[in-house]
Design a protein around this ligand. Structure first.
Ligand code: SAM
Length: 225
């Protein structure tokens, strides 16, 4: 696994490589007991989970308050924390058992993050989390119009929601009215990737999120803005 990781993550030092190795081992062990990921092949884990998660690293700085919304088995938040342990990271998911895995994982890695169980629709209306973060990350959680409603309420004015996407041209078109209603400006950065088309979509927040967003749990999916 070490050689695979070295190839996929050329920017990782020995400490980070040790942690990625531990992450891969725990993911494989826990995946036998609970459904964490369909990707189990070591090369694919290294490339499609670990390396892909690091795409936002150039945009994050030590000490930044970052939330990963719908983190699942920790992507993209945990690989980013391995590379930048000084991030103030919050990992949020609506499935409690995934947080049990993340708790065990972080202890084994010797890293600290805040784990939050809940739906983004509820957490985004909670003043503990609303407009508290410099960045809200998300990967493989929802289509962009839905995702903007789930993630932008967490972000301070001046911060950004950052969505990991494939070919997002159509989603960007469809997200125009959501962006207008949620007071964000959209831009996308293409990523150099061997995994087909990949991009990061930035929703830069220009004014506070109107109080009615996010709407109650389930509504953003049923009636996208
Ligand atoms: N981000 C991870 C990744 O890239 O591998 C997990 C992706 S998984 C397909 C989607 C995750 O989002 C699941 O863990 C699910 O529980 C979580 N999720 C979906 N809708 C959510 C919501 N409204 N609030 C919080 N978590 C949500």
């Amino acid at each position: 696994m070490r050689d695979i990781l070295k190839r996929a993550l050329p920017q990782a030092d020995e400490t980070a490589l040790d942690r990625f190795e531990t992450y891969h081992r725990l993911l494989a062990e826990w995946n036998e007991r609970m459904n964490l990921t369909a990707i189990t092949d070591p090369v694919e884990v290294a490339e499609k989970h670990f390396a892909d998660s690091l795409a936002a690293l150039p945009y994050l700085k030590p000490g930044m308050q970052v939330i990963d919304v719908g983190t699942g088995a920790g992507f993209p938040g945990v690989p980013l924390l391995i590379m930048e342990p000084k991030l103030e990271l919050t990992l949020a998911d609506s499935l409690h058992k995934r947080l049990t895995f993340l708790d065990a994982l972080l202890k084994e890695l010797g890293l600290t993050a805040t784990l939050v169980h809940g739906r983004a629709e509820d957490l985004g209306q909670d003043r503990l989390y609303r407009e508290r973060f410099d960045a809200a990350l998300s990967r493989a959680v929802a289509n962009l119009p839905v995702l903007l409603e789930l993630t932008t309420p967490f972000v301070k004015v001046g911060g950004s929601a950052i969505a990991y996407k494939g070919d997002a041209a159509e989603e960007l078109q469809n997200a125009k009215s959501a962006a207008f209603l949620l007071h964000v400006k959209l831009r996308s950065e293409e990523l150099a990737s061997d995994l087909g088309k990949r991009c990061l979509i930035f929703a830069d927040k220009t004014a506070p999120t109107p109080k009615q967003y996010p709407r109650k749990a389930g509504t953003p999916n049923k009636k996208p803005l």
